[in-house]
Design a protein around this ligand. Structure first.
Ligand SMILES: Cc1cc2nc3c(=O)[nH]c(=O)nc-3n(C[C@H](O)[C@H](O)[C@H](O)COP(=O)(O)O)c2cc1C
Length: 345
């Protein structure tokens, strides 16, 4: 693919962000159903992939027509070999993870650790660029720590090294999720480079997306936690209208995930065990859904609603059950989803 076409591949899109656990294949299909055309694997460790591990993570479903694989690692030749394996298994694009903040990855010198080593980071990009012809993106943060916000420099270097796009999570490694994402710096980076920047951080509603469109020149956006809370967020973004599914509709969405997960993991005892593990994990995000109005939501700007708590729900009805953070309630929801005869509307 020529470079112009590869850049265009990343223009004006709103993909599902790469997410460990959250970006499992059945959840990606659920998001796909709501309009997430572009999907990405969970983070894949390149050194394990080249040794024959991580294979389940690079699988995708035929529904996922625009599926990419995200790789993490620091050795250029290993990353290049891993990228080839991913492309041979059907990845339409490769994303390189230079944002992962977790200690085990950073201690190995991979993920966000490379934000402190721009030349090395560019070397990794160049090696992968030379190995594969598919579109290539990288995932960056503003910098490693607040005292050195070097994202503009990093973006220029990865562009020179042959990347076609960069997703920027508007926080540093050390901040984790402690502050709202800084979209001014994401915007500044887009102004400094020719390749598309995918803005990332705290897009939870149509109003967040509209605000970022109005206030920045960024035109592509990556959604992570918003999609874990609301898989239908992609439909909201496509139509520009909020969607407030009622309780029966939310049961139906959970049942749909259950079906997709059974299809993927199997519905024998072993498969169901895995389905349950993922289902209960997703409930930790699903229960946080709250039907914010525009006035309620925008009143909380500039702080991220991810940091604030939803109003507590009381009562015995299903609305309260679905909003509960209690693990016993999550078990109850799981059992009701398992029991196809249980009326949920
Ligand atoms: C559960 C979870 C897992 C994540 N795993 C990855 C990952 O594997 N690779 C990656 O680049 N980012 C990962 N992220 C970060 C997101 O892709 C995204 O950059 C970040 O959550 C900010 O976007 P948001 O405000 O839309 O959530 C993860 C985030 C979450 C919540």
């Amino acid at each position: 693919m020529d470079r112009t076409a590869a850049r265009d591949f990343f223009r004006d899109i709103t993909p599902l962000a790469p997410m460990a656990m959250g970006g499992n294949l059945p959840y990606r299909r659920l998001c796909r159903q709501y309009g997430a055309v572009r999907t990405c694997s969970e983070m894949v460790l390149a050194h394990k992939l080249v040794k024959g591990g991580e294979r389940p993570l690079i699988r995708h479903h035929p529904d996922e027509t625009d599926f990419g694989v995200q790789l993490a690692g620091k050795r250029p030749e290993v990353m290049a070999e891993a990228a080839l394996i991913a492309v041979e298994s059907g990845a339409r694009f490769i994303d390189l993870n230079f944002g992962c903040p977790i200690d085990v990855v950073v201690r190995r010198g991979s993920g966000a650790a490379l934000l402190k080593r721009p030349a090395k980071l560019a070397e990794v990009v160049a090696a992968v660029r030379a190995a594969v012809a598919v579109p290539l993106s990288v995932k960056l943060r503003l910098g490693y720590a607040e005292k050195k916000l070097n994202v503009v420099d990093l973006a220029r270097r990865v562009e020179d090294a042959g990347a076609d796009a960069a997703a920027i999570h508007g926080r540093t490694r050390n901040q984790r999720y402690s502050r709202s994402a800084r979209w001014d710096l994401i915007d500044e980076t887009q102004r400094a480079v020719g390749m598309p920047i995918l803005g990332n951080g705290d897009l939870l509603t149509v109003w967040d997306l509209q605000k970022r469109r109005e206030e920045t020149c960024v035109r592509s956006f990556l959604v992570a936690r918003g999609a874990l809370k609301k898989p239908w967020i992609f439909e909201e973004f496509a139509t520009g209208q909020p969607i407030y599914p009622d309780v029966p509709a939310r049961w139906a969405i959970m049942r749909r995930y259950f079906e997709l997960a059974c299809e993927h993991f199997g519905d024998d005892e072993k498969g169901l065990g895995r389905v349950q593990r993922f289902f209960l994990w997703h409930l930790k995000f699903w229960h946080r859904y709250h039907p914010w109005t525009k006035a309620e939501h925008t009143a909380q700007w500039p702080d991220s609603l991810m940091q604030s708590r939803n109003p507590s729900r009381t009562g015995d009805g299903d609305a309260a059950l679905l909003a509960s953070s209690d693990e016993a309630d999550h078990e109850l929801i799981w059992r009701r989803v398992l029991d196809t005869d249980y009326p949920t509307d």
